[in-house]
Design a protein around this ligand. Structure first.
Ligand code: DGJ
Length: 735
């Protein structure tokens, strides 16, 4: 609900348990951030803006205007006029001058939520959400800014974005456009971020927030393996179960910065948006620039509550398409099975064996097109290699379909190999700065998708393949960052637009794809999980999580990923051992139980794995069918974290009605002379009685306990003999 309190000039935005307050102050209509936190009855807490304290507002004390700017809690601070904390908006006029300050003009309260042109964004109906549009301006620049705030009725989320409009006669340049900012008092916060590398994506990092600027970001043209478009400020004592959390997550997949700045007065400015490095957007008269959306979550109930809020938001208000609430077909991907060394017969032999074990879809990965027999050529030549696929693609797909399986295919549409027919024909289609040889990565260049003819041509090649056979799944990969950001399609003063234009083009291509092929299951991927973000989730209900498929490495990767994103989105496969990324050997059973916490599938040559492993596949398939509804739709709770205790990992899912729950326990290194481990379960119905069954250990007799006891006293997980062993525990409420 959104209300405007005219007398006090306060906007009050309420979600079920939180309030967000904005105040308009002084004759000059400054837009101040008053409050974000637990839901308030009252609107007038405007004293939090401290306008009664020196230096007072400029109308009463113009000689200290600068001091006012430097401490006022702005909703959307612009740079260059006196607020010396980092701003959200950088503007340079045609004359080369910097600086802006926004003042409030008018407002609109809308039912529902308008879309953001060309960008992924959360959505909701008129009953589910309401939007405040604040119109502000800087008359000296000739600029209007629309600040958009949406509150949801079924989930404690506020989303924000900003649109900049040139209402003057001259062009001006945007040198920085962030999407959201929270100016608050610092209460000795810790800062939580997700950091990593290829094969080690999204590890949780928590550290003390100190004075000055601390940030995470990406200038790789992708949200990246290394840092993640997420930032949370939490109280020192915030745990999974309790404590305050302020979180921001960016619905964007390109360059970003997420930042916290603790200023001289112990205020903290938390902000997020497109990374300003190499960003400069020219706005001609009457043109506008739409910034992507930031999701804000506040809770005083700890990290589990933040997680479940985000999961619910993304499941209900971000992910689209036929598969968003549907069980996904269990797939087998040939990448780790064959790499580039395959042909029709090899793929069919895998499919035959897989279908007999209950696997439902064959995905043909990299290497089926052009002369692509290794990773050094042919990206851009999206024509089937009929020497490998004898009889053509349609023949292969039909044969797979005859086995009762679906068929999926891999593309890397954003890239071009120097050794490709496409590059030989259009060498200017790769991003490059004229006169400087562009840097190769994995022996490939990035296509200049900021040029429409390039994006259209690639889209048509991809679509032609999809139209040629019954292809029901696409893995859309992207295997290198953007560098050498130069385009022959844009004039000199628009070269700073390329990274964002590239991202807009990728979104447009994926939008076209999902419209033209509405039944397609799209899985995004980026050299493992370099583009696992809410932006991509708007187009694909699942994203490949990491190229590291080792079950133990996956514990930390999946813990960090699941802290923000629903389990239904996490691409997770059982692969062969020794693991190709790290060489570790883990039990096949454990690999299955860890992958079960994601989309679930296989990535191995099922015709060549040990017989004992193969025999286990039908059981794993049965577990998937039995529990996937619960895993996909249930609330997810972190019970123990291997990354913190260095001993074991444990997570739990509970259905909405608390009738059923599934607990996965993974013991990492086993130790001599150890007893059982006691774990406390979460969010069961206190008064209900649950039958507790150790699914993969029939020797342990099922027992019945109350929800109260399971949560307060916990259960004992008997000691496991051997490293990397796992248990699956199922709880059913008895009537
Ligand atoms: C990177 C992906 O993460 C892998 O799964 C695989 O598709 C390769 N690319 C293929 O080149």
């Amino acid at each position: 609900m959104i209300t405007y309190h005219e007398q006090e000039r306060i906007f009050k935005l309420d979600t079920p348990n939180t309030s967000y307050l904005i105040g308009i102050v002084d004759e000059e209509n400054f837009i101040g951030h008053i409050y974000y936190g637990k839901r308030l009855r009252d609107a007038d807490v405007s004293y939090l803006m401290r306008t009664e304290e020196a230096p007072f507002v400029p109308s009463g004390n113009n000689r200290e205007r600068c001091s006012f700017y430097d401490c006022f809690p702005f909703e959307y601070p612009a740079g260059g006029t006196g607020d010396c904390r980092e701003s959200c908006l950088g503007v340079r006029t045609a004359g080369g001058h910097a600086g802006a300050m926004l003042s409030y003009v008018s407002y609109e309260i809308l039912e529902g939520k308008p879309g953001l042109a060309g960008l992924p964004a959360t959505f909701g109906t008129a009953e589910e959400c309401a939007t405040l549009k604040l119109l502000c301006e800087d008359k000296y620049v000739g600029m209007q800014v629309e600040l958009l705030y949406t509150v949801f009725q079924d989930v404690d989320v506020v989303t924000r974005s900003a649109k900049i409009i040139n209402i003057g006669k001259e062009p001006f340049y945007l040198t920085k456009v962030f999407s959201a900012c929270l100016d608050m008092d610092n209460r000795d916060y810790d800062m939580i971020t997700l950091n990593g590398a290829w094969g080690r994506e999204r590890h949780i990092q928590r550290k003390t927030l100190g004075y000055g600027i601390q940030n995470v970001g990406s200038i790789r043209g992708e949200s990246s393996h290394q840092e993640h478009p997420f930032l949370a400020l939490v109280d020192k004592n915030t745990s999974q179960e309790s404590g305050e959390v302020y979180a921001m997550n960016f619905v964007y997949s390109g360059n970003f910065r997420a930042q916290a700045e603790v200023s001289q007065f112990d205020y903290v400015r938390m902000s997020m948006g497109i990374h300003p490095e190499n960003f400069c957007w020219k706005l001609e008269a009457e043109e506008s620039f739409q910034a992507p959306e930031v999701v804000l979550v506040y809770t005083d109930k700890g990290l589990d509550a933040m997680t479940n809020t985000l999961h619910k938001l993304y499941r209900k208000h971000l992910i689209r398409g036929e598969y968003r609430n549907k069980k996904r077909p269990i797939l087998i991907n040939n990448w780790e099975a064959t790499y580039f060394d395959f042909d029709t017969e090899k793929l069919l032999s895998i499919a035959r064996e897989a279908s007999s074990l209950g696997i439902e879809m064959l995905v043909m990965d990299d290497g089926w097109f052009g002369r692509r027999n290794q990773d050094d050529c042919a990206l851009g030549d999206w024509q089937v290699n009929e020497e490998k696929l004898k009889g053509g693609l349609k023949y292969l797909v039909d044969e797979v379909n005859k086995l009762g399986m679906k068929f999926g295919i891999w593309f890397e549409p954003e890239m071009i190999s120097p050794d490709s027919d496409l590059y030989r024909k259009h060498p200017d289609w790769a991003l490059a700065v004229p006169g400087r040889p562009a840097a190769q990565a994995r022996q490939q260049y990035v296509l200049d998708l900021s040029r429409k003819e390039v994006a259209d041509c690639v889209y048509e090649m991809v679509a032609a393949v999809l139209r040629s056979a019954n292809i029901e799944y696409v893995k859309w990969d992207m295997n290198r960052p953007l560098t050498d950001i130069g385009s022959l399609g844009l004039p000199a003063d628009r070269q700073g637009e390329i990274c964002h234009r590239f991202m807009l083009a990728v979104y447009e291509m994926q939008e076209r794809l999902t419209k033209e092929f509405p039944h397609l299951l799209l899985e995004n991927c980026s050299s493992g999980g370099a583009r696992f973000d809410p932006g991509m989730l708007y187009y694909s209900p699942q994203i490949w999580c990491s190229d590291d498929t080792d079950a133990i490495e996956r514990l930390e990767i999946q813990e960090g990923t699941a802290m923000l994103y629903p389990l239904s989105t996490m691409g997770a496969h059982v692969s062969d051992c020794p693991n190709h990324a790290i060489g570790r050997v883990t039990p096949f059973e454990t690999r299955g139980l860890v992958a079960l916490a994601g989309t679930f599938g296989y990535e191995l040559d099922v015709t060549r794995i040990p017989e004992d492993d193969r025999k286990m596949i039908p059981e794993q398939v049965a577990l998937y069918h039995k529990y996937n509804d619960l895993i996909r739709e249930g609330d997810y709770y972190r019970i123990a974290s291997y990354s913190q205790n260095h001993k074991f990992d444990c997570w739990q899912v509970v259905d909405e009605e608390k009738k059923e729950s599934l607990v996965t326990f993974v013991q990492v290194m086993s130790r001599a002379n150890f007893k059982s481990r006691r774990i406390l379960l979460k969010e069961l119905a206190e008064e209900a009685r649950y039958e507790v069954r150790f699914v993969n250990d029939e020797k342990i007799q099922p027992k019945v306990y109350s929800g109260d006891a399971l949560m307060k006293a916990g259960i004992l997980v008997p000691e496991l003999h051997g490293d990397f062993r796992a248990r699956l525990i199922h709880l059913t409420a008895l009537d």
